[in-house]
Design a protein around this ligand. Structure first.
Ligand SMILES: [Zn+2]
Length: 512
């Protein structure tokens, strides 16, 4: 069995897609889950890009022990220095440097000749190896690069000390046969390629990211990169959970081992979806809501007689088997704590108490508290960011006067003062948003707004996700409540607060 390393870039390539912004606490939660999922390497961010990224990479490097933690750097000394500061605390410091090698990128973006590109790449790898035992070089837009030139680049960076060379299809243009052939060519022709790891990194613009990644594995790649749920720029990255499950289910054919703990698949997918606000399409392979739903009568009949008639992946394999939830209004703290633990949450006493209080309040109003409700409740406790001055909602009310909705909001401002604001709108949500815009005293543009229900039934919790720009910075907020108007107001404030916390972090970094 060949070992295939899984390189997760949910927190870097995934996080940089439009509308996603995670705070440090959320990134840390995802990182811990990725460690449980068993990824070989996780890319925690791009330390030189912002103080927030630096902080997150540093904290993850300190916390995660069973996966290698890496960060991205441009091929320049200052980026490598900053990355070393963030990553030197890691068990096995690993750096990912990149430089574009395709004609279009070299000519228009870098404005460098091919010879200069080789020189810069070699210098960067040599410099990085002074600090890092593990250095991965990525030839950005490798697939559209001149093949002979790319072969030379790969040979030169290996000579300079790269321990892994990544051959990305940055724009998602490759087909499986071509991408596989490129790996075969490099393995056979790039000097030293047999002694280092070659890595595949695919984007899904033509819907072929997973197929291309697997074609690379069949042709010598020992590492594949991707994200959970396939999130990422444009059409996204290769979905790691799909690759891991495909290699497992068709182990008879591929004969590989990824070391992934497939039972953590569902939880990892769920957490990433919840914290990024990126909804999973219902029919998505492996983790979609309908991936195990059998609707047609013939299928259902077959399933009853023998599940294998129509089911190639079992819910148990990916940890999606729903255990009956024996929690209700009368459940005690002990049973609640047990449930949190079986669901994989390690909460402090304080977090557990707060979660239990919310649970009791919810159980009073809701007939059945579902596993999905609890998931939201527990993660909500784990990701609380506390110390920056932010807005706190005290109450939200909407009433109709002369057929027009009027919103009244009481809130505490970042300087600790209680204030009441009112406004109107064409609809209730607009009235709330207009009122909140008055409250936060800045330019707010709503780019995207969505309310979904968590679970089923008329008493389901509503989750609001809002993407807005506040003083020209885009940010996403989300929150849940039983009332969708409450959820919307809370999500709006959550977005504003995230921006304030980010600004605070920047301010602190500048003062240092
Ligand atoms: Zn990418």
């Amino acid at each position: 069995m060949r070992k295939i390393d899984i390189f997760d870039t949910t927190l870097r390539d995934g996080e940089q897609s439009a509308g996603i912004n995670l705070n440090t606490q959320e990134k840390l939660e995802i990182a811990k889950q990725l460690e449980k999922f068993g990824v070989t390497i996780m890319e925690a961010g791009f330390p030189a890009s912002s103080p927030g990224d630096f902080e997150a990479v540093n904290k993850i490097a300190k916390t995660v022990k069973n996966s290698i933690v890496t960060g991205l750097a441009r091929s320049m000394q200052s980026d490598i220095d900053t990355s070393w500061e963030a990553l030197k605390v890691a068990e096995q410091p690993h750096l990912h440097v990149f430089l574009a090698t395709s004609p279009i990128h070299m000519e228009y973006k870098l404005k460098k000749s091919p010879e200069e590109v080789i020189e810069i790449a070699v210098e960067a790898v040599k410099y990085a190896r002074k600090f890092f035992p593990l250095v991965q070089f990525s030839a950005e837009d490798a697939f559209r690069s001149d093949r002979e030139f790319l072969t030379r680049v790969v040979g030169e960076v290996i000579k300079a000390g790269a321990t892994t060379v990544n051959i990305p299809d940055t724009v998602g243009y490759a087909t499986p046969a071509e991408y596989g052939a490129l790996f075969k060519h490099l393995k056979e022709n790039a000097p030293g390629a047999d002694k280092v790891k070659l890595s595949a990194h695919c984007h899904n613009d033509l819907g072929m990211a997973v197929a291309n990644s697997i074609a690379a594995i069949e042709n010598g790649a020992e590492q594949v990169e991707g994200t959970i749920n396939g999130i990422g720029e444009r059409a996204g990255n290769a979905s790691l959970e799909e690759i891991a499950v495909a290699l497992h289910i068709r182990n008879d054919y591929y004969k590989t081992d990824t070391g992934i703990n497939l039972r953590e698949t569902k939880r990892t997918s769920h957490l990433v979806s919840q914290l990024t606000g990126v909804v999973i399409q219902p029919n998505k392979a492996v983790v979609g809501r309908n991936a195990f739903a059998h609707e047609s009568g013939i299928h259902q009949d077959g399933m009853l007689k023998n599940p294998e008639t129509y089911e190639i992946i079992t819910p148990e394999l990916i940890g999606a088997k729903v255990e009956p939830l024996a929690l209700g209004k009368h459940s005690g703290r002990h049973a609640f704590k047990d449930r949190a633990e079986t669901m994989g949450f390690q909460l402090t006493d304080e977090q557990l108490n707060a979660a239990f209080k919310s649970f009791k309040a919810l159980a009073d109003r809701k007939k059945e508290v579902t596993e999905d409700d609890l998931f939201v409740l527990f993660t909500g406790q784990q990701i609380k960011d506390t110390d920056a001055p932010v807005y706190k909602l005290i109450s939200t009310q909407v009433e109709y006067r002369n057929n027009e909705p009027n919103a009244t909001i009481v809130a505490e401002t970042p300087d600790g003062e209680e204030t009441t604001v009112t406004s109107t709108g064409n609809g209730s949500v607009e009235a709330i948003f207009n009122t909140l815009e008055k409250l936060v005293q800045g330019q707010v543009h709503i780019m995207d707004y969505r309310v979904t229900s968590i679970g089923k039934g008329r008493d389901a919790l509503g989750e609001a996700v809002i993407n807005l720009s506040y003083n020209d910075e885009r940010i996403t907020g989300r929150d849940v409540a039983q009332d969708v108007l409450q959820a919307s107001a809370k999500a709006y404030i959550n977005a504003i607060n995230r921006q304030l916390m980010k600004a605070e972090l920047r301010k602190r970094a500048e003062q240092q």
